[in-house]
Design a protein. Structure first.
Length: 115
């Protein structure tokens, strides 16, 4: 633990390159299966994706439910704790559009705000 600062503590959970992209895909693009996350244009590797999904479940940001049992495959969804990240991701999206060169918003037809 770096400190008791809320930003520092939040970064302990969310502050790597991939975690917020997995949450973005769940929240805004309606992705909820392992293969769908792998198909994202950023190109997350299978071992990193598996690790991030496990960590997000451990901290209560996502939950998983088996939709197939042999082999076991899961669908993932945001918990209320995960959904509470929506304003932060929306703010980061807006900031990126305004301040990061070559940022392009996704096709609006792809965006889905999860209930």
């Amino acid at each position: 633990m770096r400190s008791s600062c809320p930003i520092s503590r939040s970064l302990d959970i969310l502050g790597d390159r991939w975690t917020l992209l997995v949450i973005r895909d769940l929240m805004f693009f309606g992705k909820n299966q392992y293969g769908e996350f792998l198909a994202s244009p950023e190109g997350i590797s299978t071992n990193i994706l598996a690790d991030r999904l496990k960590k997000l479940e451990q901290v209560g940001i996502i939950s998983k439910e088996a939709y197939q049992h042999n082999p076991v495959r899961y669908t993932y969804s945001l918990t209320s704790k995960g959904k509470d990240l929506q304003p932060a991701l929306a703010a980061l999206f807006s900031w990126g559009l305004e301040h990061v060169e070559n940022s392009i918003p996704p096709d609006q037809s792809l965006l889905k705000l999860q209930d």
